[in-house]
Design a protein around this ligand. Structure first.
Ligand code: PGA
Length: 303
């Protein structure tokens, strides 16, 4: 059989995504180019590899065999690349990561310090919400991901690194600013600004309300912690936020953290990858770097 790696990559993407169009988009080529290459593979196999039901594309029995083989071959080639890189012993090449949006308040600092030591590393970062990060984690799309709480799953390897302190943030002149030990019930009467479903910050908030058996009617839902922060400063309401995101505003007394019973929550940030993943030299070096250096680089401990 005459197969090329590119054909196997295309084939794998079509089988995984169930669509020629989606595969073409992911690999930045045209849809007819995908069809031609799949047709060539089918000619080689002498059997159809996909069947089309409605708008979806499913692998046939031969297609399933081809899919398993292409995963084996592509993973082997990836491992080979990593081993050769290690043999050369140079920390260079791509570092592919997905990180939750809230980590934009510390990941650039960590990366900046790392790149000073290893300038040949090419970082590729995707900032997206927790749900999307988990999706990419399960697809093994990244070297590793960063999120606020690793999902409980035996197939995952997770490494806690920086503290993630979560508090109830309000404008500095809020009536509850000087009140001590505010109860959750009292808090629930306030206007709350919350993140979208799929956000890790929202997840923490929902868990908290569930634990206390408290229900609230959120005043407004916003798609990013930055938007929430601006809305809190504008006096639209209060919000649960990771204190990394409000450091500057607290320093200049625009925002304050309320003294609420059970708060602040002391959590960690985690680097996570699938257990079987063989980390590249670049990824392993960056992971070791953040495990050892992140507290020193970020300096502050929030309270
Ligand atoms: P988020 O995630 O940026 O999606 O809210 C934060 C987290 O994982 O804690």
């Amino acid at each position: 059989m005459h197969l090329t790696l590119q054909q196997l990559r295309l084939f794998e993407a079509v089988a995984r995504l169930g669509s020629y169009t989606q595969a073409a988009k992911e690999l930045f080529i045209t849809q007819p180019a995908v069809s031609i290459q799949i047709k060539r593979l089918e000619d080689q196999a002498g059997l159809p590899l996909f069947e089309h039901v409605g708008k979806k594309t499913f692998p046939t029995t031969a297609g399933k065999m081809m899919y398993d083989a292409s995963l084996d071959i592509l993973n082997r080639v990836e491992d080979l690349k990593i081993s050769i890189e290690e043999l050369k012993g140079t920390v260079k090449g791509t570092l592919q990561m997905s990180v939750v949006t809230t980590s934009k308040y510390f990941i650039p600092n960590l990366l900046g310090a790392f790149l000073q030591q290893y300038p040949d590393v090419e970082p590729k970062l995707k900032f997206t919400n927790r749900a999307r990060v988990i999706e990419r984690l399960m697809n093994n799309d990244d070297d590793f991901v960063v999120m606020g709480q690793a999902p409980e799953d035996d197939n995952l390897e997770s490494y806690p690194f920086l503290n993630n302190i979560i508090g109830i943030v309000a404008p500095a002149d809020h009536p509850l600013t000087n009140k001590k030990n505010i109860t959750i019930e009292e808090l629930a009467k306030q206007r709350f600004l919350i993140r979208e479903i799929g956000s890790g910050t929202r997840y923490v908030f929902d868990q908290l309300l569930k634990e206390h058996g408290v229900k609230i009617e959120p005043y407004m839902e916003l798609g990013s912690s930055e938007a929430i922060k601006q809305a809190v400063m504008a006096g639209l309401g209060i919000a649960v936020l990771s204190l990394h995101s409000v450091q500057l505003e607290r320093d200049v007394n625009k925002l304050t953290v309320l003294d609420v019973e059970g708060f602040p929550l002391k959590r960690r940030w985690y680097a996570v990858h699938l257990k079987g993943r063989k980390l590249s030299l670049v990824a392993r070096t960056f992971l070791d770097f953040i495990l050892e250096e992140s507290h020193r680089i970020m300096g502050v401990e929030y309270d």
